[in-house]
Design a protein around this ligand. Structure first.
Ligand code: NAD
Ligand code: UDP
Length: 313
C-alpha cells in the first residue's frame, strides 16, 4: 500500500506509545492529528512536535463522536497501566466500547483503515503458552482487570463486525508489554516503576514472589510493527506484536539494579488480583505476513529508558 503524505489521526497520541507514533509519522512526511483527553497522557509528550505545521493537537474524548477528514486512523486511546485503567473502571469500559465505536464510525464514514491497538490482555491468564492469535484466552469477566480485558475484547468484536457488516478496513494489533522513554513516572507499570525506584534509591517493589513472567518490547520495535500493519494490504489481523524473550519479574528487578548500579533493596508486595502468571507472544504470523520481528534487546532498551529517566529527574 502506498502510504505517502497522508493525514493520519492518532487517538491517545499524547500518551507513551502515541507520542512515538506521532513523531515517526511526521518523520515519514505525513500530517498528524493527535487526539487526546489527557487522562494519562500529557502535552509534554508531544511538545517537541508542536512547532511542525504538519502536526495538530486536539483535546477530545473519544467517547464523544467526531468527524474529520483523515486518510487513516491509529486508535490507541485507552489507559494501559493496571493502576490507571482501574482508577475509573467504568470510564475504561466507555473508552473501549464507545471510543472504539466512534472511531469505527469515522473509519466507515471516510472509507479509511483503522489500526486498532488491542492487547495481550485479551488472552487473560493464559493456559496456552506462548500465545498464538488463535488462542481465545482465559479472562475473568467480573474481576478488577475486566474493564480493560473485556473492554479490549469487545473492541476487537466491534472491529471484526464493522469489517464483516460494512467492509470497514479494520486491523487488529495485539500489543504485548512495551516500554521506553516517555512512559509517565507515575504510570505504575513494572519497567518504569523499577527504574524510578532504583534511581531514587527507593525499595524495588516486586509483586508476589516475582516468579510471574512477561516479555518486554522496546517502543521503536512496536512502532515499526504498527507501520508494517498499516502498509500490509488486506491484513485484518489480529496479529501479536511483542518481543518473545521471556523474563521472570524478579529477574527484571535484578537487571534494572545492575544497569542503574543502584543499591535499592527488593521488597515483596501482594500480587494484584488476576495478575497473569505467564505471558509470551507467538510472533510467527508477524514474521510471515509483515516480515517483522523485534530488534532491541532488553539490555539495550533498558539502557535507553534509564538514560531518559535520569535526564528527566
Ligand atoms: P498511555 O496511558 O501512555 O496512553 C494512552 C493515551 O490515551 C493517553 O494519552 C490518554 O490520555 C489517552 N486516553 C485515554 N482515554 C482517552 C479518551 N477517552 N479519549 C481520548 N484519549 C484518551 O498508554 P500506552 O502504553 O501508550 O498505550 C497506548 C495503547 O496501546 C492503549 O490502547 C493500550 O491499551 C495499548 N497497549 C499498550 C501496551 C503497553 O505495554 N504499553 C500493551 C498493550 C496494549
Ligand atoms: N509488577 C511488579 N512491581 C511493580 C509493578 C508491576 O512486580 O511495581 C508486576 C505485576 O504484578 C505483573 C508484571 O510486573 O506481574 C507486569 O506488570 P505491569 O503492570 O507492567 O503490566 P501487566 O500486568 O499489564 O502485564
Amino acid at each position: 500500500m502506498n502510504n505517502k503524505g497522508k493525514t493520519v489521526l492518532v487517538t491517545g497520541g499524547a500518551g507513551f506509545i502515541g507520542s512515538h507514533l506521532c513523531s515517526k509519522l511526521l518523520d515519514l512526511g505525513h500530517e498528524v492529528v493527535c487526539m487526546d483527553n489527557y487522562f494519562t497522557g500529557c502535552k509534554d509528550n508531544v511538545r517537541h512536535l508542536l512547532s511542525s505545521d504538519r502536526f495538530e493537537l486536539i483535546r477530545h474524548d473519544v467517547t464523544e463522536p467526531i468527524r474529520m477528514e483523515v486518510d487513516a486512523i491509529f486508535h490507541l486511546a485507552c489507559p494501559a497501566s493496571p493502576v490507571h485503567y482501574q482508577r475509573d473502571p467504568v470510564q475504561t469500559v466507555r473508552t473501549n466500547i464507545l471510543g472504539t465505536l466512534n472511531m469505527l464510525d469515522l473509519a466507515k464514514h471516510r472509507g479509511v483503515p483503522m489500526i486498532h491497538a488491542s492487547t495481550s490482555e485479551v488472552y487473560g491468564d493464559p493456559q496456552v503458552h506462548p500465545q498464538p492469535e488463535g488462542y481465545w484466552g482465559n479472562v475473568n469477566p467480573i474481576g478488577p482487570r475486566a474493564c480493560y480485558d473485556e473492554g479490549k475484547r469487545c473492541a476487537e468484536t466491534l472491529a471484526s463486525d464493522y469489517r464483516r457488516a460494512f467492509a470497514t478496513d479494520t486491523r487488529i494489533v495485539r500489543i504485548f508489554n512495551t516500554y521506553g522513554p516517555r512512559i509517565a513516572t507515575e504510570d505504575g507499570r513494572v519497567i518504569s516503576n523499577f527504574i524510578v525506584q532504583a534511581l531514587r534509591g527507593e525499595a524495588i517493589t516486586v509483586y508476589g514472589d516475582g516468579g510471574q513472567t512477561r516479555c518486554f518490547q522496546y517502543v521503536d520495535d512496536l512502532i515499526r510493527g504498527l507501520l508494517a500493519v498499516w502498509a500490509a494490504p488486506n491484513f485484518p489481523g489480529p496479529v501479536n506484536l511483542g518481543n518473545p524473550v521471556e523474563y521472570k519479574i524478579k529477574e527484571v528487578a535484578q537487571r534494572v539494579l545492575a544497569e542503574t548500579g543502584s543499591k535499592s533493596k527488593i521488597v515483596h508486595k501482594p500480587l494484584p488480583v488476576d495478575d497473569p502468571r505467564q505471558r509470551q507472544p507467538d510472533i510467527t504470523l508477524a514474521k510471515e505476513k509483515l516480515d517483522w520481528s523485534p530488534r532491541v534487546s532488553l539490555e539495550e532498551g533498558l539502557r535507553k529508558t534509564i538514560a531518559y529517566f535520569k535526564h528527566k529527574s
